[in-house]
Design a protein around this ligand. Structure first.
Ligand SMILES: [Zn+2]
Length: 395
């Protein structure tokens, strides 16, 4: 600590191209991480990084890991430690990213073993769990001991939407950092700077994604994604009668399932190839001794697909929510800029046809549908009920 009590490394801005550049719109959190990583800071050994999906939790965790390993201690983005951490090849940084519904106890056991080992080349051994909220209930106890008494150079970084997603015993042992939803302006700026997206498209994609960085990039780069979003907003506001609602729900769930299956099949095929290749099998024939492992891979793929369908539908529901919020904003005359400017004519129409009270009820119904889908209600049932309600409420 310096005589003035001011931490010089925290005050010094990261050099251009540093690892913190891509942690957009999170000044307070970044300052907290950089202070902890500085020689004068106190480095907690277990961190819980929370924030809504798309706010950059795992980007922040990786930047923090790089800063801890960085040869200059700043997260310069240039040195070997920074570059290998960013590329996911640093031997002392383990990242667990899962697109499955849950993280099994065996996987957490393996992580705990990794966390026990001293770092091979870096100053720290870092274990990042991107979706810590997906650890199954029984796994928290496996993790607890390692988080309570980790070896001196081990640092755990758990990422989750909110602190409540983890067992109290775990979260009480972690230093909490909360990321906020980045503004559309910040996301647009990131797309321009990091991804080279041109100005107007970056603005439009960022606005549509409502603070979700990954989604904004998808809107900006995937052909037809923005147009499809607008089209579903039009369909939503044009729904009349329960028959149409039932058909629309079925079409939506079919589309989500197809999208999820396409992605999941691709990943599953790659995983199987990689596994067989690592077992020295080149002709694609699975010997009996490896069948159970291949079956496990296939089951993982199925779980991943289930999760993806829910994610796709949740994204749709968030979009529906933003459309209805625009309607409400017109009804209340807030004068706020519409999120869905492209369908403003339909929004104005729906606003003048209905009342704020009805729209408020529909907004609640959307949230309810999201909760039901994240619970165990079959997605089709939840979506059908929601769309039917919207269809009879919008006249
Ligand atoms: Zn560096």
């Amino acid at each position: 600590m310096t005589a003035t009590g001011i931490d010089p490394s925290a005050a010094r801005p990261a050099p251009a191209g540093g690892v913190w550049d891509d942690v957009a719109g999170q000044e307070a959190a970044v300052a907290q991480f950089r202070r902890a990583a500085s020689p004068e800071g106190s480095l907690a050994q277990a961190w819980l990084i929370t924030g809504p999906p798309g706010s950059g939790r795992s980007t922040a965790a990786r930047a923090f890991a790089a800063t801890l390993q960085c040869e200059t201690g700043t997260g310069c983005g240039q040195c070997r430690a920074c570059r290998t951490t960013a590329a996911g090849t640093h031997p002392d940084v383990t990242v667990v990213a899962t697109d499955k519904l849950s993280i099994a106890k065996e996987e957490v056991r393996a992580l705990v073993m990794t966390a026990q080992r001293a770092p091979a080349t870096g100053r720290h051994r870092v274990v990042i769990v991107e979706d810590a909220d997906r650890m199954t209930a029984g796994t928290f106890n496996v993790l607890l001991k390692s988080i309570e008494e980790p070896p001196p150079s081990t640092v755990w970084m758990l990422c989750a939407p909110s602190a409540e997603d983890l067992a109290p015993t775990i979260r009480s042992r972690c230093r909490l950092v909360t990321l906020s939803v980045p503004s559309s302006e910040v996301v647009a700026e990131l797309l321009r700077r990091r991804d080279g997206i041109d100005g107007p498209l970056a603005d439009r994609a960022a606005r549509a994604a409502q603070g979700h960085i990954g989604l904004a990039l998808r809107y900006a780069t995937q052909e037809g994604a923005l147009a499809a979003r607008e089209e579903s907003a039009r369909t939503l506001l044009g729904l009349r009668g329960t028959g149409a609602a039932v058909l629309a729900a079925q079409a939506l769930v079919d589309r989500a399932t197809a999208e999820a299956k396409e992605h999941s099949d691709l990943v599953a095929a790659e995983e199987k190839d990689r596994f067989l290749h690592s077992a020295g099998i080149e002709d694609g024939k699975v010997p009996p001794s490896l069948r159970s492992q291949v079956r496990q891979l296939e089951e993982d793929a199925k779980r991943r697909q289930t999760r993806l369908v829910r994610d796709v539908l949740d994204r749709y529901l968030l979009d529906a929510h933003s459309v209805l919020r625009d309607v409400l904003s017109r009804q209340l005359g807030t004068g706020a800029e519409l999120v869905n400017i492209e369908v403003s004519a339909e929004i104005e129409q729906a606003a003048s046809d209905g009342t704020g009270r009805i729209t408020l009820g529909l907004l609640e119904a959307v949230q309810e549908a999201r909760e039901r889908i994240s619970g165990n209600v079959p997605p089709l049932l939840a979506i059908e009920a929601l769309l039917a309600r919207i269809a009879v409420s919008l006249r």
